[in-house]
Design a protein around this ligand. Sequence first.
Ligand code: ZN
Length: 295
Amino acid sequence: MQRDAEPERPYALAETIAPKVRRVLARNPSPFTYTGTQTYLVGDGAEVAVIDPGPAQEEHLAAILEALGEARLVAIACTHTHRDHSPAAAPLSARTGAPIIGCAPLTLDDDGPRADAAFDADYRPSRVLADGESISGEGWTLTAVATPGHTSNHLCFALEETGALFTGDHVMGWSTSVVSPPDGDMSDYLASLARLYERTQDTIYFPAHGPAITKPHQLVRGMLGHRRSRERQILRQIEAGNTTIPAMVPLMYKGVDERLWPAAGRSVLAHLIDLERRDLVMRCGDAWRLPEGIA
Ligand SMILES: [Zn+2]
């Protein structure tokens, strides 16, 4: 069955993809992670930062360490703490002595049902970056851009010297982001998208999954439009009498891999909560309805 064979991916290989930027792909492909998590190494001199060290797989850690070579790892930065992003931070820190600097740990008592990769509860940063704070090394400066929504603690990192933005799971080229309440928040997500749209200094995005985005503003504008059209779709579904999420998802996500429907349902819930805040829908148990006077 040759036509079904997976193309060989560059797992465990450091590839230079842009000035000062190398990428190592982790072998954790899935319907949620596309070909796997992309760990980025920033810096081509004596000091390097790692962004999203990824899952704690020995093969992946070894590839990161080999790519570092003689350079000193000065920061391990995580965009957020889903389990496909941050678990390698602790073993990488233990082996190199580098500090974990970046997003905040989550403090949720109960993360609720999750369709996306679970959270990494063991993540312990030695320093949390607030929006606008930077870390730097030889030839590079990374500035945190707070982008809550996919998760409440999500950060993007801007490489000031080149205009590259590491977007984690906030903006990806291969798929829209899952926004799963209660930690995921659609109102925040849309505000974070609008924020990136206003940043004119970003010339290329490097997401944690999927190819680099070379026309970032065009993509973000399209994503904002996509979310608005999902909103209108949800309102039309309610109007047509499909008032529960299980009734809406098969109609709204026709043609989408059914393994992704539970995650799609979480994003529909995130939209409904956002619409409820704006007084455009009302919740009645598991069902949703339009307020009186709106049709
Ligand atoms: Zn994620």
